[in-house]
Design a protein around this ligand. Structure first.
Ligand code: GDP
Ligand code: IMO
Ligand code: MG
Length: 431
């Protein structure tokens, strides 16, 4: 029996998970998503074309590989249909190699309405949700009122759908939310519902499976399985910067519940970090830069959300957060992306600890959201050189290797590879 390898983000998302999964897929037989849903935006680039995936695993462009949407994932049928249509246009027939868990929960149009209602009710303390209905759909899952993919086939599906929708409408009215004014992609709730219900037909073309048996059978047959994380450590519902988080366990433990594999079946844990740091949406970000350097990171790194188009907040890499991420996830190897964005920087800073009210700490405090944190920065000389065309680790500029070496030293985890452009071909493996 083989073990399942895990790849996940160690910061606040958008570390380049999609790209790295795409690069690693040839080494695997199965790629499986275990949590999150259309809040994710995973970008892949090859042959001069960019592709963004939301619900579908990033192994899908390798048509001979199995892709699985696990029970821990949320599916929004209309967004799923749009993704499938985009793939079809590119000549990818996902029906052949994409399997879906019967236990994956559905995002209803009224979940998306409730997402908007909840955000509106928060006033100035908005989370900055992607408004894809993630929070409300996971809420119904935990409240045991949700609908799952397998339910679509049952005769009373529409009845249950109606009951749940009515509950949401009652809640929205009680919150003073103006349902009539609410729009999804310019459509009223009723108009969107129609499109959503039609989209179920696309979903039904796929093979619905008991994914926990499916995945364990794969492991028994010594198939190599890669679990693809969405969002990231610092957005985890338990260990992230609560309440400025998403509503799922984005961490390694989430693989066990989101796919149905035992903890003892976890193999390598590959953690991804940018060479700097970004965050989209509200919440603490101690190393955030509000100056020209922050703007440069945003512009040079094209830091605009792959799902919402919002500009991402940018700052220096945070080793206090990264050490925490390595601890919680049991990271066995690191992937560092986007150092190329800082090629022209005179100085690159690394945060190695926090000063909080005169006290130095290397822990994430419970009061993360409320205390003022001064990041303790260690400056590194910039490498001032293009990384284009580099194919071996020892060809990387010495000053960059020194910076990467400090990341290894600070986390106690070795770097497996460095990504130096958005393109599939530009990943430099260390060994
Ligand atoms: P994900 O959500 O973790 O899959 O990451 P996103 O796709 O949301 O954001 C990562 C962005 O950085 C995408 O636009 C990628 O094309 C891009 N990217 C990934 N790796 C690199 C890299 O090494 N260098 C540069 N310059 N861009 C990268
Ligand atoms: P990928 O997989 C970055 C953020 C949102 C918001 C918070 C809650 O592309 O890395 P939600 O819609 O989940 O209720 O939003 O989490 N967020 C992400 N930020 N990358 C993501 O996914 C994200 N998914 C959610 O911006 O602050
Ligand atoms: Mg993303």
């Amino acid at each position: 029996m083989t073990k399942i390898d895990v790849l996940l983000g160690l910061q606040w998302g958008d570390e380049g998970k999609g790209k790295i999964v795409d690069v690693l897929t040839p080494r695997y037989d199965v790629v499986a998503r275990f949590q999150g849903g259309p809040n994710a935006g995973h970008t892949l680039e090859f042959n001069g074309t960019k592709h963004v995936l939301h619900i579908i695993p990033s192994g899908i462009f390798h048509q001979e590989k199995i892709n699985l949407i696990g029970n821990g994932v949320l599916i929004e049928p209309r967004i799923f249909r749009q993704e499938i249509e985009a793939l079809t246009e590119k000549g990818v027939d996902a029906v052949k190699n994409l399997f879906i868990s019967k236990k994956a929960h559905l995002i209803l149009p009224s979940h998306r309405m409730m997402d908007a209602a909840n955000e509106q009710a928060k006033g100035n303390s908005k989370i900055g949700s992607t408004l894809k209905g993630i929070g409300p759909a996971y809420t119904d899952k935990i409240a045991r009122t949700g609908l799952r993919v397998g339910d679509i086939m049952s005769a009373d599906f529409i009845e249950h759908y109606g009951q749940l929708k009515r509950q949401h409408l009652m809640m929205a009215h009680a919150m003073g939310f103006d349902v009539d004014q609410f729009r999804i992609d310019g459509m009223t709730l009723g108009e969107y519902e129609k499109v959503w219900l039609e989209s179920l037909a696309t979903l039904k073309k796929f093979r619905f499976v008991n994914s926990e048996y499916f995945i364990n059978q794969c492991l028994r047959e010594d198939k190599k399985v890669l679990a693809e994380g969405a969002q990231a450590m610092m957005l985890d519902i338990d260990f992230g910067t609560y309440p400025f988080v998403t509503s799922s366990n984005t961490i390694t433990a989430g693989v066990c519940t989101g796919l149905g594999v035992a903890p003892s079946a976890i193999g390598k844990v590959m953690g991804i970090t940018k060479a700097y740091c970004t965050r989209v949406g509200a919440g603490p970000f101690p190393t955030e830069l509000f100056d020209e350097t922050g703007k440069r990171l945003c512009e040079l790194g094209h830091e605009y959300g792959a799902t919402t188009g919002r500009p991402r907040r940018c700052g220096w890499i945070d080793l206090t957060a990264l050490r925490y991420a390595c601890m919680i996830n049991g990271v066995t190897e690191l992937y560092v992306t986007k150092p190329d964005v800082m090629n022209d920087f005179e100085t690159v800073n690394m945060c190695t600890a926090y000063d909080i009210e005169g006290q130095r700490t290397d822990e994430i405090p419970f009061e993360y959201n409320t205390v003022h944190i001064d990041p303790v920065l260690t400056p590194f000389e910039g490498w001032k050189q293009s990384l284009e065309g580099i194919t071996a680790y020892d060809q990387l500029p010495e000053k960059l290797r020194r910076y990467l070496g400090a990341i290894e030293e600070q986390t106690g985890v070795k770097i497996a590879a460095v990504s130096i452009s958005p393109d599939r071909k530009d990943v430099v493996f260390k060994d």
